[in-house]
Design a protein. Structure first.
Length: 371
């Protein structure tokens, strides 16, 4: 419409000039051609990222390979539990570009808006994930996070000193005359510790039934005299060194301890246990440059050869189907790494409980404070 009016105006002006009529000079017509937007500058990745991870949860060689190939340095710092990591970030800690929360913690962080959405264009190796790890219930489509490793929580023990524990009763109904009495450990983790007691009692590990939780508390108090302490960092080293005989712990850590001490073994008691998925995620406080670098590192972790290095170092199962094609058959068939279906059927995922999480924390604190 604007072009037709401009043409009409010009014709009138020409007629007036031809007739000797005066008039003001008309303004030049505006172009109707669309303007080309300025191109958006490509974000250059930062040259360093801060990785907040569980301790001893990655082969250090992976950092060196990554820096050699991409020129990006990875600086690692550690946490001992999901609760510790979450509390730190909720308290306002910034500067972390990548974090490794477990499944239920991812759900909490998504609910609280703490995670940045991933740019999948920077992570083409997502296609290496096994299909079941692309649609995890806490983050369908890997919108915020990418599965890192998965595993189970059971019991590590010294097979030269005690028989294989077949029940969680070894912890929750301890024998004062047993070699492990006073030389056992439990993870210093409220959800894991409560889960072990609830599984032993035959309850859902995500229960909000106060009576069931009180029973679990009493079971944890009965276990306490047999314990040397609670620990989530060194429990595997203590077992390997012979300082403890029995420990509640994560399968990969205990299998690493087995490398140092062949008497160390791992089992999941008959009542079942916990199965979990750890994930790499980006907090929503990162700058675009650091986010780009973090996504490049996530994509690197999903590479087939790097996935192999990761699982061979950690002794945890891989969510990376491409990596599994290169892993030794002995590793893939180890029931301590990949539980058979009949064991998997007895395992439960820890789920987020919202405000009720504080009840679990309170009970755990009371158990640890009891004398």
């Amino acid at each position: 419409m604007r072009t037709r009016l401009v043409v009409l105006g010009l014709l009138v002006a020409l007629l007036l000039v031809a007739c000797g009529g005066g008039g003001t000079e008309t303004a030049p017509a505006e172009s109707s051609a669309p303007t080309t937007p300025e191109p958006v500058a490509e974000v250059e990745p930062a040259q360093e990222i801060q990785f907040f991870n569980w301790s001893e949860y990655i082969d250090p060689d992976i950092y060196e390979i990554f820096e050699d190939e991409y020129g990006i340095r990875v600086v690692e710092s550690n946490f001992a539990s999901n609760e510790e990591m979450l509390a730190k970030l909720q308290g306002g800690a910034t500067g972390y570009d990548l974090i490794v929360p477990s499944d239920y913690t991812v759900a909490i962080m998504i609910e609280e808006g703490m995670l940045a959405e991933l740019d999948h264009a920077n992570i083409p190796n997502l296609e290496n994930l096994s299909p079941r790890f692309r649609q995890v219930p806490y983050d369908p489509g890997n919108k915020y996070c990418v599965p890192y490793q998965w595993g189970t929580t059971g019991i590590g023990y010294n097979s030269a000193l005690i028989d294989e524990p077949t029940s969680w009763a070894v912890l929750f109904d301890p024998d004062p005359n047993a070699p492990y009495y006073g030389r056992a450990m439990m993870l210093d983790d409220p959800r894991e510790g409560m889960a072990a007691a609830l599984v032993y009692l035959g309850y859902d590990i995500n229960t909000t039934d106060e009576a069931q939780l009180e029973e679990a508390k009493q079971a944890l108090l009965r276990a306490k005299p047999a314990l040397a302490g609670y620990d989530s960092d060194q429990f595997d080293d203590l077992l390997a060194a012979g300082e403890t005989v029995l420990t509640h712990g994560w399968n990969g850590d205990i299998l690493v301890a087995q490398e140092e001490n062949l008497d160390v073994a791992y089992t999941i008691p008959q009542e079942g246990g916990v199965v979990w998925i750890d994930n790499v995620c980006i907090p929503n406080t990162v700058t675009p440059e650091r986010k780009k670098a973090a996504e490049i590192f996530i994509n690197f972790l999903l590479r087939q050869d790097i996935g192999v290095l990761l699982s061979e170092f950690n002794y945890y199962a891989s969510p990376n189907a491409a990596a599994e094609e290169m892993l030794d058959e002995e590793f893939l068939s180890d029931p301590a790494v990949y539980p058979p279906p009949q064991v998997l059927d007895k395992l439960q995922y820890i789920e987020p409980l919202g405000d009720f999480e504080s009840v679990y924390q309170r009970i755990w604190d009371e158990v640890k404070a009891a004398r």
